[in-house]
Write a protein of this length. Structure first.
Length: 307
């Protein structure tokens, strides 16, 4: 059952649908009979990242669903006793369960940051339920074992927020300074993007979710192998540790100026064994807002392959 809740956006009403674990808040563009697309955001972003992408796709006949991921905006856990986990298997399963709850038929999944990770997880583990994939950046399935090894010092410096979040001092810092941390990361990750304070503030409102801090902290502690996930999800994590290849048609995108992905992810191409194309955009990390036409074109390319 769906219902509308208070409108956090100017353009589209926010709806909520219940899944096994969550009351997932989402916005929807296009007609109910349109070809289905689910676009997933990451940290520290929200559903507004896809406003322009969704408008382009709607004009091409798509039905576009943009959920607020767990811990963001009006999305809520269905029980106060549930673990506020941010692990990749949980977020990938959220997408599949959202699709099922809405009755979507093998939607195209698109995502960046956490949303790219979750979309890759969904496509890798449940390919029979996914039509195609657009992923920023590359094969974005987290290798938890590899995360225990250090990167180059220059890249570890870029990952300062991940290291901060491993400590209780970091948890407190995020709780007290979530607005400032998010804006700092936007500036660092998209160095040429000149967003205004209104644009950022509209997204940062989604960080006021009561589960935001717990979900974010767990995501990065789990990713580094320092906190356990939900036991029921461990079989999925074990499968992901085997790096399953993605069989659905996929377009992968890199941002040429993204400090999180120096050198890009073209070397991930072997993980895609269906139709695959790799695109490099003249952007930083947030391709959907910096160059929405690039992200929309990638979705349309996958759509063409499916026809």
């Amino acid at each position: 059952m769906t219902r509308e809740v208070s409108n956090l956006r100017d353009e589209q009403p926010v709806k909520v649908i219940e899944t096994e674990s969550l009351l997932i808040a989402y916005v929807e563009y296009g007609k109910a009979k349109g070809w289905p697309v689910i676009l997933s955001h990451g940290f520290p972003y929200d559903a507004h990242a896809y406003d322009k992408v969704a408008s382009i796709l709607m004009q091409a006949g798509a039905r576009v669903i943009i959920p607020y991921t767990r811990g963001f905006g009006p999305t809520r856990f269905i029980s106060p006793d549930m673990m506020r986990n941010g692990q990749q298997a949980a977020r990938g399963l959220d997408i599949i369960q959202l699709s099922e709850a809405l009755g979507l038929d093998r939607p195209i999944l698109g995502g960046f940051d956490w949303g790219g990770n979750a979309s890759c997880v969904a496509a890798a583990l449940w390919p029979e339920k996914v039509g195609g994939l657009v992923s920023y950046a590359g094969y974005d399935v987290i290798d938890v074992g590899q995360q225990r090894n250090p990167s180059s010092p220059s890249l570890e410096r870029v990952y300062w927020y991940q290291h901060l979040f491993q400590s209780e001092r970091g948890r407190k810092c995020l709780a007290e300074n979530r607005y400032e941390i998010g804006r700092l990361l936007w500036n660092e990750w998209s160095p040429e993007w000149k967003f205004d304070e209104t644009t950022y503030a509209r997204t940062a409102a989604a960080f006021d979710n009561p589960d935001f801090v717990d979900v974010v902290i767990h995501c990065y502690r789990f990713m580094h192998g320092l906190e356990a996930g939900l036991p029921a999800l461990q079989p999925f994590e074990d499968l992901l540790a085997q790096k399953p290849r993605i069989t659905v048609p996929a377009v992968t995108i890199d941002g040429a100026d993204d400090p999180l992905k120096p050198g890009g992810t073209l070397d991930h191409s072997g993980q895609f064994i269906g139709n695959h194309e790799h695109v490099v955009a003249d952007t930083g990390h947030n391709v959907p807002q910096e160059a929405p036409w690039v992200f929309a074109d990638a979705i349309l390319k996958v759509r063409d392959w499916l026809n």
